[in-house]
Design a protein around this ligand. Structure first.
Ligand SMILES: [Zn+2]
Length: 234
């Protein structure tokens, strides 16, 4: 999908959202008290193919890097109303907790578009897998991106492996393989870690693996550059 088409799609989505508000509000009333119920069936949340979903993220990041954000033009009041009783993300992102990596912003997306899990070092844990499986199996996201970033403190700390307060060192084992592959180069460790965690998701979760096999999902990895604002896919 080109950037232009992506923008057109976004405009179309806004129009749809505006006409769907009254319907959504009826739905909210009907489902009052059921907001924590988990749907039991897979349902298409968007019409994007996995390839198009990835391209939507890429195009959004290109807009962000060029300081040409479109997501801020969305009607937030409508979006909030539309998303009270359900969410329709087309992508899931596993990102670092770092404050310099605001996921929705760097992909130029707004409320309800990206299902985000964040943890220092963007690493896979059982709870992260569970969350992302929800995104895949219940919400039907079409792309899952593991996003590392330049100057990641968690990766740097794991490379030094110095004594640290509290439970911070519990992060290190998850990053060990990337550190070992890096030859002491932080950037290499960061890129390797994103790839390793994406591989881990593909292999350790039957839910994710089956969705990939069925052509419903792409699992990718990449690194966000704090200086340029650009995401480079692995
Ligand atoms: Zn980080």
């Amino acid at each position: 999908m080109s950037i232009d088409k992506s923008i057109t799609a976004a405009s179309g989505r806004r129009r749809f959202l505006k006409t769907a508000v009254s319907t959504a509000l009826v739905g909210v009333a009907a489902q009052a008290g059921l907001e924590f119920a988990i749907p039991t069936t897979l349902h298409a949340q968007s019409n994007l193919t996995p390839d198009a979903a990835l391209q939507e993220l890429v195009a959004g990041n290109q807009r962000f890097a060029a300081n040409q954000l479109k997501s801020i033009e969305h009607d937030l009041t409508v979006l909030k109303e539309r998303t009270v009783d359900k969410q329709e993300p087309f992508a899931a992102v596993l990102s670092c907790a770092d404050s310099r990596v605001p996921v929705e912003l760097i992909f130029d997306q707004t409320i309800g578009h990206i299902f985000v899990t964040r943890i220092a070092g963007n690493m896979v844990t059982p709870e992260i897998i569970a969350s992302l499986e929800y995104g895949v199996a219940v919400l039907g996201v079409e792309v899952l991106l593991v996003l590392g970033h330049s100057a990641c403190g968690a990766v740097k700390a794991a490379m030094k492996a110095d004594a640290v307060p509290g439970q911070i060192s519990s992060l290190y084992p998850h990053l060990r393989q990337a550190v070992e592959q890096s030859g002491g180069d932080v950037d290499k460790a960061i890129a390797a870690n994103a790839k390793i965690q994406a591989d881990l998701l593909r292999t350790s979760s039957p839910v994710i693996r089956e969705a990939v096999k069925a052509g419903k999902l792409r699992v990718e990895s990449g690194v966000y550059d704090l200086a340029t604002g650009k995401v480079t896919l692995s």
